[in-house]
Design a protein around this ligand. Structure first.
Ligand code: M6P
Ligand code: ZN
Length: 199
């Protein structure tokens, strides 16, 4: 076994800081195509390029049977009426599952089965766990007004496949309707947007 020094680590459940981690920062400009409302995306980006989320990753070991983990921090906000979200991914190794644990803030996870295309929307809250089965696209969404901090724990061999999402975004969107997070079909949402524009 080849274990790095990360056998015991401290983290902050409110800021998303994780000792010894490598950090990935995703700004708005890196999320082109993720949000449904392209006009709202362009307008927001013309104003500012904020950090939407960070991921602090620790890979204590690689290889069969090993686990890696990442502490996510997703800021609150919206593009149009769609809540800030992560890119979302399948695992490159499709059978790999993942556990998500909510630490602070308020959010949801959007799951989409690759074969049936069936969607599930699950709460991601403090003291709750979402089990993401294999062969399932998963995206995290902050529906609250404070940062959403959460763990993702996954097999070290899982890998991230973003290409499949870039080609075919999630079928559903989570948008604010009368200030309530609401799950809608992407196409229906886009049609309603275009109708509103042409009226
Ligand atoms: C969780 C884990 C990470 C993932 C991160 C952000 O912390 O699943 O592996 O990178 O969420 O999600 P994404 O990679 O889709 O941007
Ligand atoms: Zn994952």
């Amino acid at each position: 076994m080849n274990l790095s020094s990360a056998i015991f680590t401290r983290f902050d459940p409110y800021s998303g800081q994780l000792d010894g981690a490598s950090y990935t920062e995703r700004r708005l400009s890196q999320l082109r195509g993720a949000f449904a409302d392209e006009a709202a995306y362009d307008a927001a980006l013309a104003q500012d390029d904020p950090v939407i989320y960070t991921v602090a990753t620790l890979e204590p070991a690689q290889g069969e049977g090993q686990l890696n983990y990442a502490l996510g921090m997703l800021n609150p906000g919206r593009i149009g009426t769609e809540y800030y979200l992560t890119k979302g991914h399948y695992h490159a190794w499709r059978p790999a599952a993942e556990c998500y644990l909510g630490l602070s803030g308020q959010g949801v996870m959007l799951l989409e089965d690759e074969n049936s295309r069936e969607s599930k929307l699950l709460p991601l809250l403090p003291n709750s766990i979402v089990y993401v089965p294999g062969y399932t696209a998963h995206r995290t969404i902050n529906t609250g007004d404070t940062p959403l901090i959460y763990w993702g724990i996954y097999p070290s061999a899982a890998g991230h496949d973003y290409g499949a999402i870039a080609q075919r975004n999630f079928h559903k969107v989570v948008v604010a309707v009368d200030e309530t997070p609401t799950l809608l079909d992407r196409l229906e949402f886009l049609n309603a947007l275009h109708q509103a524009e042409t009226q």
